[in-house]
Write a protein that binds this ligand. Structure first.
Ligand SMILES: [Mg+2]
Length: 282
């Protein structure tokens, strides 16, 4: 679902291979952040962990965990994932940070702060019905993975033979026709069915900032590689008080201002950010 058209040059989006490296542009980012408190939002898969053949293999390295934990000691940190809230919380394993699971449909604040939100509960029966249909019709395809999360269903076809792709596509279309209150997003070798409501990672980010009392004063840095992260990049462009950083994969239009190439670069960037956050005494 489309929403919130970004201001200025991000309106039409830019090609992801045309935007500059956040590491090479660190001095300029530093100038934007200097003396300000800031918050850092991070996607999980493909951002904090490298892309792997199946979702259960995406394990956070100890050094990445340490980097995120250290940063969280100096500023507000949130991990926003398409995974279930409990799954992403368990994988990251840091209590001091906030989490958005199911693309922000389930939100939990840092430990000790009783901040929580669930969005879309009334859609659970539609999701259940769609899950049943998808499993029934696609379950026998070798390499196919239908992953039910609380507020979404991910149809992973990374490991599936190319000649079955039309069948997968038409099955997803049929399921959507039967469950019109759901919508689909097309990510990396994945179809994701979700409640068709105006809620996404961008709105979840804004809700979390507001709820934590940070909306007006903090500068927000959001790092992600997903199509769903674009909602957050656009939200930051509209808000004008933050930057989106795309972790580059296949070329696409993006609303992000900067890019990083992979998880290693993300961690190097976060370490540099941590130095700034420590200096700001945030
Ligand atoms: Mg990702």
């Amino acid at each position: 679902m489309k929403q919130g058209v970004a201001k200025g040059m991000a309106q039409a989006g830019r090609q992801s291979d045309q935007i500059t490296s956040a590491l090479q542009s660190f001095e300029s980012i530093k100038r934007q952040l200097q003396g300000k408190r800031f918050a850092v939002f991070l996607d999980y898969d493909g951002t904090l962990t490298p892309i792997v053949p199946s979702p259960e293999l995406a394990v956070l390295s100890e050094s990445a965990r340490e980097t995120v934990r250290r940063l969280a000691g100096h500023c507000t940190v949130a991990v926003m994932s398409g995974r279930d809230l409990r799954d992403v919380q368990a994988r990251v394993g840091i209590e001091e940070i906030a989490y958005g699971g199911s693309h922000g449909f389930e939100i939990s604040g840092p430990s000790g702060m009783h901040v929580a939100r669930q969005q879309g509960r009334e859609f659970l029966p539609s999701l259940d019905a769609a899950e049943q249909l998808l499993r029934h019709q696609l379950g026998a395809i070798p390499g196919m993975l239908v992953e039910r999360k609380k507020y979404s269903i991910a149809v992973h076809f990374r490991l599936v033979a190319d000649d079955t792709l039309p069948l997968i596509q038409s099955t997803v279309e049929n399921v959507l026709a039967a469950q019109p209150e759901l919508r689909v997003t097309h990510g990396k070798k994945i179809y994701e069915l979700q409640p068709d409501i105006e809620w996404d990672k961008g709105r979840a980010m804004r809700w979390l900032l507001e709820t934590l009392g940070l909306s007006d004063e903090v500068f927000t840095v959001y790092l992600g590689d997903d199509i769903t992260d674009e909602d957050a990049f656009r939200a930051l462009n509209v808000r004008g008080h933050g930057i989106g950083i795309l972790v580059r994969d296949e070329p696409r239009d993006t609303a992000a201002q900067y890019a990083l190439e992979d998880t290693d670069e993300v961690l190097r960037f976060l370490e540099q950010l941590d130095v700034l956050a420590a200096e700001a005494g945030a």
